[in-house]
Ligand binder design. Structure first.
Ligand SMILES: [Zn+2]
Length: 333
């Protein structure tokens, strides 16, 4: 029966099948997504990880598939008092697999990175109130996926050369690596950078897009014009969404999971081999004094907040229901 047909409030429709469904719904434990809107991403990311796990099954990465399988299977939340009737759930415990391509772990890491930047950014803005920011995207031609590791190495060396050029205006930067899957099942690695520049950049030290391209081309030591995008960050308020963009996953979940073709799985396995041990985020210049810890993988993926001294008044545990793609309240009675 289609979902939009079940109207439990309408007595006229209370035929047997509806009552049956209604009873079944009553019997199942509440879903996390129904109880707490802010925790809806759990279902999405855990379902994505199920797909990733499938790709690894029976391959040289079987061990990854086992680790992802037991990742965040149970979630313990503390119940927090609120002003309204809504439930305030605070994550207290979960086991994470920390496999690089696990979508739950990637999501949790990006949340931790964001929290770190948001914590340190005000200190930087206070120390350097006149500095401005640029958002820079640096790309190269697509490479064969088997050459991804070598390509990233070359791009990183090129970025170091770029940052040492006399004309390079950045005094501090956060650089992240993103890899997208190309149409020909190749790889498109690129860098997203947030650059702090002195205010003189918008005067005598200004670089046109064309000049930026030339500097990047020179640093890459290639004879083609690489694609590059540079944008001035107009308002400080725009920094927050940009930072979120920079520290998000390294490769879009859809590109990792694919569309069910055998080639998608092959691409993903090669990607896994290639990115193993490579670094996703790096920090340079005066940003090192503020954001250095972004280069270290967060130990805590739960997000302990030591300043939050509110007392919990209960605990709820949720369990991943694979077939349903939902976390539901765990009932061990
Ligand atoms: Zn995980």
């Amino acid at each position: 029966m289609p979902d939009d047909n079940h109207d439990f409030g309408d007595r006229g429709k209370s035929d047997g099948s509806i009552i049956l469904k209604s009873d079944r719904e009553k019997r199942s434990n509440p879903a996390l997504s129904e109880l707490s809107a802010k925790d809806k991403p759990w279902d999405i990311h855990r379902a994505e990880s199920d797909q990733i796990e499938k790709h690894y099954q029976g391959t040289e990465f079987q061990r990854y598939s086992e680790r992802i399988n037991s990742c965040s299977e149970f979630l313990d939340f503390a119940l927090r008092p609120t002003q309204s009737d809504a439930l305030n759930l605070k994550l207290k415990g979960a086991r994470f697999c920390r496999v690089r391509t696990c979508m739950v772990c990637s999501w949790r890491k990006s949340l931790m990175y964001k929290a770190r930047v948001y914590k340190s950014l005000p200190r930087f803005l206070e120390d350097y109130p006149a500095y401005r920011f640029l958002f820079l995207t640096l790309t190269v031609k697509n490479c064969a996926t088997v050459d991804l590791r070598e390509t990233l190495k070359w791009m990183n060396q090129s970025f170091t050369r770029l940052s040492r050029l006399r004309d390079f205006p950045g005094v501090g930067w956060i650089k992240s690596v993103e890899v997208t899957k190309g149409r020909r099942d190749d790889a498109h690695p690129h860098f997203h950078c947030l650059l702090a520049v002195k205010s003189s950049y918008f005067g005598r030290n200004y670089l046109s897009q064309k000049k930026w391209c030339e500097l990047w081309r020179k640093s890459l030591r290639v004879d083609y014009q690489p694609v590059l995008d540079v944008q001035a960050v107009r308002a400080r308020g725009d920094l927050t969404p940009l930072i979120a963009e920079i520290v998000k996953y390294q490769t879009k979940p859809t590109h990792l999971i694919g569309y069910g073709r055998e080639k998608d799985k092959e691409w993903f396995l090669e990607y896994t081999r290639q990115i193993h041990g490579t670094r996703a985020l790096s920090i340079g210049g005066i940003f090192r004094d503020y954001f250095r810890e972004l280069e270290e993988e967060p130990v805590d993926l739960i997000g302990e907040d030591e300043t939050d001294k509110r007392e919990d008044f209960g605990q709820l545990t949720f369990n991943w229901k694979r077939a349903e793609k939902k976390y539901r309240l765990y009932d061990n009675s």
